[in-house]
Design a protein around this ligand. Structure first.
Ligand code: PLP
Length: 501
């Protein structure tokens, strides 16, 4: 078949419907908890399945669809399965999913207004809604990003230009001339990654210790004082709203006030928790966010959009414009009125998807209140998990959930492997290995899927609820199943309660 004939055949509704049906069938098949949450196969096994020569000739679209259905879908992570409670990736909102083909079909690039006349103005509009929610006025602005990593790096780039106006051409300096970057010890690795890529060097990162998994404000005050005494400039303080390990929110009011006193740029990494702005119930966790000069907020996290959809919001958008100093006469036309709408100057990227469309559609369809209600729903499910863990004799929660994330530990029927390590190093290490093994065995069962992390030196199990379908009964069932595995792995011991009946 001639390739142009293929192109026209695939442009038909029947082909489009066949693709959509695959996705619809997936959404339906996961609804009743049947089927596996993730794959049981190894990477090597999966790789072997696809190890084949580059296809030189095409094939009928029906064959390709059959391969998607039979070879790809079964072994993907099924984020819409109610027992998938793994990493911080959403079971995405359907109206946003169905916008994706349209985004691709239209293929508007956000580099400059003339490449995306409607999408560019929509992005200005949607960013305006978000900066208003933060509590900022008309000077604010921002850009969509691929996620929190890019948003934070870009926000810190703006901070770098604000501190060192000639940095784009002169570079960043060496040794004691280098500014320091201050963040919490539980900050996302995106912060160190930014320090590395911005030429600052990760040696310049100062990690402030936590108290109850939030940045210790007194320790931050000390760190600021120390850098001032040393004559070192501070590039920025990065606070976290919705930390990765525990979902904790730093005290933005207190941190913002310290940053104001020291005249230091505050960047809030609210990639995860920023969506609480839409929830009247949780919004107070972000009190003080308006004191930030830049905020990273990922709609592809708790606004439940499909990847990618991040945002960087900046209190004074001129500071973002100053972050990149770029000439490209073929793209950025000086002087024209349209130029003021161009967004390419605010982003690392040149070609950039119109991901704003799915964000706009999600807000049109569900409203800010609807999405805020979903945020609350996910948090309430995590709270139900906390309750189940707290009631169970063989588990201990590592913290109360501030949002939809909970870390907890199988501590044994007699509390042999406590969180605080008071059982001594040997039993602690055994407990760490046991919790690791519980996770591995549970995930391999296919029934559900969870993560784990090391928190305060101890291996813990970790659940993030990113799927509105997950019910309180689901999280209780997970606890029961993890206990069963833990008891079996820990062995009968001498407690009659843990003997098999
Ligand atoms: C997810 C996350 C990031 C990274 O964002 P990406 O969208 O994955 O690039 C950074 N910080 C926090 C707190 C996050 O939750």
């Amino acid at each position: 078949m001639d390739v142009m004939a293929m192109v026209e055949e695939d442009a038909q509704a029947s082909t489009a419907a066949a693709f959509t049906t695959l996705a619809v069938d997936y959404l339906a098949a996961t609804r009743d908890r049947s089927g596996q949450a993730s794959t049981k196969r190894s990477p090597a096994d999966l790789a072997a399945q696809f190890a084949e020569p580059l296809p030189t000739e095409g094939r009928p679209i029906a064959d390709v669809l059959a391969r998607l259905r039979d070879e790809i879908l079964p072994d993907c992570n099924h984020l819409y399965h109610p027992r998938y409670m793994g990493h911080q990736v959403s079971a995405p909102l359907p109206a946003a999913i169905w916008t994706e083909p349209l985004i691709s079909a239209l293929n508007q690039s956000l580099a400059v207004w003339e490449m995306s006349p409607v999408a560019t103005v929509l992005e200005h509009q949607v960013i305006g809604w978000l900066t208003t929610l933060v509590g900022w006025g008309r000077t604010a602005g921002g850009t969509l990003t691929t996620g929190g990593t890019e948003a934070t790096a870009t926000g810190l780039l703006a901070a770098r230009s604000a501190l060192l106006p000639d940095v784009w051409t002169a570079g960043i300096g060496r040794g004691a001339e280098l500014p320091v970057l201050i963040c919490g010890e539980h900050a996302h690795y995106a912060i160190r990654r930014a320090a590395g890529t911005l030429g600052l060097g990760t040696d310049q990162v100062r990690a402030v210790r936590s108290r109850d998994h939030r940045m210790d404000v007194a320790a931050l005050a000390e760190a600021l004082e120390t850098t001032r005494r040393q004559g070192r400039a501070v590039l920025a303080v990065v606070a976290t709203a919705g930390s990765t390990p525990t979902g904790s929110f730093d005290d933005l009011e207190a941190i913002g006030s310290l940053c104001d006193t020291h005249d230091v740029w505050l960047h809030v990494d609210a990639a995860h928790g920023g969506s609480a702005l839409l929830s009247p119930r949780s919004r107070q966790l972000l009190r003080g966010i308006e004191r930030a000069r830049s905020v990273a907020l990922d709609p592809h996290k708790m606004m439940l959009l499909p990847l990618q959809a991040g945002t960087l919001l900046v209190r004074d958008v001129r500071q973002l414009d100053a972050a990149f100093v770029q000439r490209a006469p073929y793209l950025f036309h000086d002087g024209a009125d349209e130029r003021t709408w161009d967004l390419g100057g605010r982003s690392f990227l040149c070609s950039r998807r119109a991901d704003v469309l799915k964000l706009w559609v999600a807000l049109q369809r569900y409203g800010a209140d609807g999405i805020g209600a979903l945020y609350d729903r996910l948090c309430q499910t995590a709270r139900a998990l906390f309750d189940a863990v707290a009631r169970h004799p063989a588990f201990a929660a590592a913290h109360e959930p501030a949002c939809n994330i909970l870390c907890f530990r199988y501590v044994g029927r007699r509390g042999e492997f406590p969180l605080d390590g008071s059982c001594g190093p040997q039993a602690s290490a055994a407990g760490d290995a046991l919790n690791q093994a519980i996770r591995t065995r549970y995930n391999r069962s296919g029934e559900g899927w969870i993560t784990s992390t090391v928190l305060d030196g101890r291996r813990v199990l970790r659940v993030t609820v990113m799927n509105p379908r997950t019910t309180h009964a689901d999280v209780r069932a997970v606890v029961t199943e993890l206990a069963r595995i833990g008891d079996a792995l820990a062995g009968p011991g001498d407690d009659p309660r843990s003997q098999p009946a």
